[in-house]
Design a protein around this ligand. Structure first.
Ligand code: ASP
Length: 414
């Protein structure tokens, strides 16, 4: 079904007058953006948008949605893909663990048509936390459950307990522990024939770093990590990654839902919750307006209530693109535009309006040159789309130390 931006604005304005609300005037820039949007409309429904790691699961979910399936169930079909995939180290089974080696998962979802929401945080031993977040509103009068209580609830309603730490993720965690072994008792000790006292550096930094990376790779091999995954493991150890999946789905009738699920920041402190289980930050859906979700620096997104901000911006007339850009500007504002700090932050917002208009926006173009941020879209045609970024350039890994020289980074790590 095709739906034009004009229809959406007419419906929203009429709705606002009907309940006696004040409709804000559109500024020039909003009008310009609305014109741009109109130029690219009319929009297609049904449509699903997701994080890039949802790409392989879009066909099945789209067919389900087109066949009359529920919008939240369609979105959950997409995110269950990475949750069930032991090789996706950012979500569900195989997710990278917290600093104690325990996989700790977060998720939330919102069902537009019935305006229900559920969320779980800090869950161990249950792989499909996205489904558990839905079960929260189906089986309880609560909205959010965390930690042990959430796990016990999941088991009570029929989810199996299983070990989520795959051998591969365990080995990466062990390598991470050993990476810091100058500071603790992990890693080879004094009795190890290869142990060397840290000396006073006599070589240039680049050479020292080259040796350090090669040493880590050799250790990865000793731990049994397959050759083709050793460098990827080294990289994850040096720069603990984030990783998450969000999905929003809209059907032909204009019903809309969204969900987000994650294992969160790798090697986080036990008990740390990011934005993904926070309704209004990692995901927010309003049946009257649209849906938005986030992946990236969770701590920063919580502070700007990213997904809710975006939906409210659209309610007040901004296009999906403008609404997302405004949320990104609020992150910029958090650090008063200090690029020395902002280069270590990154964020991708997935924005879907209820007429089918959508946008993928990001703080930076991507994590590294040649690897731009993309969103996965299916509206009858499945495709990745590069996001529009607020800043030109690539975000930098956090923590900023170790300061790996560029040539070592290029040769070994990217
Ligand atoms: N936002 C997630 C978190 O902070 C991580 C991510 O999206 O990659 O837990």
């Amino acid at each position: 079904m095709l739906f034009s931006r004009r229809d959406f604005v007419k419906t929203s304005v009429a709705g606002a007058f009907a309940v006696g609300m004040k409709t804000p005037a559109l500024t020039d820039s909003k009008l310009d953006a609305a014109r741009d949007q109109e130029a690219s409309g009319p929009y297609k429904r049904p449509i699903i948008i997701a994080a890039h790691n949802g790409f392989n699961y879009l066909d099945d979910a789209f067919a389900f949605l087109k066949g009359g399936g529920d919008t939240l169930d369609a979105a959950l079909r997409v995110v269950q893909g990475p949750e069930n995939d032991p090789n996706d180290t950012s979500v569900g089974l195989g997710g990278l663990p917290n600093e104690e080696g325990v996989v700790e998962l977060d998720a939330c979802c919102m069902h537009g048509p019935t305006r229900r929401a559920g969320s779980v945080g800090g869950v161990h031993n249950i792989k499909n936390v996205s489904l558990v977040s839905k079960a929260v509103f189906e089986h309880t009068g609560h909205v959010m459950l965390v930690a042990e209580g959430a796990e016990r609830f999941a088991v009570d309603v029929g989810f199996p307990r299983e070990n989520l730490l795959t051998d591969h993720s365990r080995k990466i965690w062990l390598l991470w522990k050993e990476f810091h072994s100058n500071e603790d008792w992990w890693g080879p000790g004094l009795a190890d024939p290869h142990w060397q006292a840290p000396g006073i550096p006599t070589k240039p930094q680049a050479e020292l770093w080259k040796e350090r990376v090669e040493h880590l790779q050799a250790r990865a091999a000793q731990l049994g990590i397959e050759p083709e995954r050793q460098m990827e493991a080294v990289r994850k150890v040096m720069f603990p990654p984030t990783g998450t999946i969000h999905c929003s789905a809209l059907n032909e009738k204009g019903e809309i839902s969204g969900c987000t699920t994650t294992s969160g920041l790798a090697f986080k402190l036990p008990g740390r919750l990011g934005d993904s289980p926070i309704l209004g930050a990692g995901c927010y859906t309003d049946q009257d307006v649209g849906s938005a979700g986030a992946t990236g620096s969770g701590e920063e997104n919580i502070k700007v209530a990213g997904a809710h901000t975006i939906v409210e911006n659209m309610r007040h007339g901004m296009s999906p693109h403008e609404a997302g850009m405004d949320a990104l500007k609020r992150i910029e504002r958090t650090y008063n535009g200090d690029m020395n700090k902002l280069r270590f932050v990154d964020m991708v917002y997935y924005v879907l309006r209820k007429d089918g208009a959508y946008a993928g926006v990001s703080l930076w173009q991507g994590y590294s040159e040649g690897h731009p941020h993309t969103i996965a879209v299916h509206d009858g045609t499945k495709r990745p789309e590069v996001t529009t970024s607020l800043f030109q350039g690539w975000s930098q890994d956090f923590p900023p130390e170790p300061n790996v020289p560029d040539d070592v980074r290029k040769q070994y790590l990217k």
